[in-house]
Design a protein around this ligand. Sequence first.
Ligand SMILES: [Zn+2]
Length: 141
Amino acid sequence: MELRGRASYELLLERVRLQLRTKSSASGEREIALRPSLFHDERRTIVMNFRQLANSLNREPEHIARFVFKESGKPGTLEGDRLILNGKIGDQEFARLLQLYFKEFVKCPICGGIDTQIQREKKFRYLVCEVCGARSPVRKI
Ligand SMILES: [Zn+2]
C-alpha cells in the first residue's frame, strides 16, 4: 500500500520537458524548454503554470488556450496563472498540443526563427518574423 501511494505521488509530479530548438535574431541558435505542470482530479486537467508557458512562447495565454480547447475538443477556462480543462489530458498529449501550437503560431516556417509576432489585418492573421522578415498567413483561432 505504501509503495503504491508513493508511486502515484511521483506520477503526479512527473513533468514533460519539451525542447524546442530554434533560431533567434540575437544569438543564432536558441532553445526553449517548456515544463508543463499538470494536475489531474477526477474530471479536470489543471495546467498550473500555463501563464508561464505562454510567456516562454511569447504569446497571449488566451490565444494558446483557444488553440488547446479547439484541438483537444475539451472546453475550459483561464483562472489566474492556471488553465483548467474539463476532461482529462495526459502530460504527453498536452506537450504535443504545445508543440503543435509552437510549430503553427510561433516558429517561422521560412527560417525557423522564433522572434515572431502575430499581426491582425482585417479578418486575416499573419505570423511576422523579425529574423528574416517573412510574413506567413496563419489561421484565426
Ligand atoms: Zn523567419
